[in-house]
Design a binder for this molecule. Structure first.
Ligand SMILES: [Zn+2]
Length: 257
């Protein structure tokens, strides 16, 4: 059973895993991951460790068996708690390509002001193309858009749209993946369409660019003030261990000044 589950979480794309709600993981975790060494800050469940996750080289201690959060979700959750006003009042929030582990919890906090949107995910309420966000300017206090920009045709256009719909003073959390060796300049080539070729060049078969160290400059080209926050490095090692966080994972926040 444990083997079947670890095969599933390696080979079933995350979007499907989220749709079926991590079938079976909770049951497996009850037997094999019982313990209190780690705690998921999103769902507050504790385990002996998180589950391994990742298709090619599974990372140990990555996936929360209860809410399916990964390292990056736990980082974003803690960051929003500790460094922003996100949880302090009802905000108008646009959550693009919403992660299952966040949806119910954010709905509870922000109510009808919390809007999920995606081009295809059945988890989202609004169907939209990020290149043309169907909301008026200056609508949202916060936009969450994580691990989306590496998939879209024109990321600058997408971020310009995010900038447009943010209120002045509003912010967007815009995490993207980086693959070693990280290039100086972001590499994109829309003539590469073969999934195997994309995996080789961009790191995953549905990615259309490989982000480089110039990512904050791309955010600024879209009008956003780019903030690179190494929040996770400031936390004590025991805290990183307890919440299953990765040292060196930079938080990218775009602010509409
Ligand atoms: Zn969790």
């Amino acid at each position: 059973m444990k083997k079947i589950i670890s095969w599933l979480i390696r080979f079933v794309p995350r979007k499907y895993l989220q749709r079926v709600g991590g079938f079976g993981l909770k049951a497996v975790a009850t037997f094999f991951y019982r313990g209190s060494a780690v705690t998921c800050p999103v769902c507050e469940y504790s385990y002996r460790s998180f589950m391994p996750y990742g298709r090619i080289n599974p990372r140990p201690n990555a996936l929360c068996p209860n809410c399916l959060s990964l390292e990056r979700h736990r980082l974003i959750w803690l960051y929003l708690h500790e460094r922003t006003n996100f949880f302090q009042s009802k905000l108008h929030v646009l959550h693009i390509a919403p992660e299952a582990c966040f949806i119910k919890r954010l709905e509870k906090i922000h109510g009808d002001y919390y809007i999920t949107a995606d081009i295809e995910s059945p988890l989202a309420k609004v169907k939209m193309d990020i290149h043309e966000i169907p909301f008026t300017a200056n609508t949202f206090d916060a936009v969450l858009c994580n691990h989306v920009l590496e998939h879209v045709r024109d990321d600058i256009q997408a971020m310009s749209e995010i900038y447009r719909v943010l209120k002045p003073g509003g912010f967007a959390i815009l995490q993207v993946p980086f693959f070693n060796p990280i290039p100086e300049v972001t590499f994109e080539d829309n003539t590469i369409t073969d999934p195997r070729e994309r995996e080789k060049v961009f790191g995953q078969d549905d990615h259309v660019r490989k982000y480089g160290h110039d990512y904050p400059k791309r955010m600024e080209r879209a009008g956003l003030k780019a903030i690179e926050d190494n929040f996770v490095n400031d936390l004590p090692e025991e805290t990183r261990k307890k919440f299953g966080l990765v040292k060196g994972e930079t938080l990218y926040k775009g602010v509409k000044v």
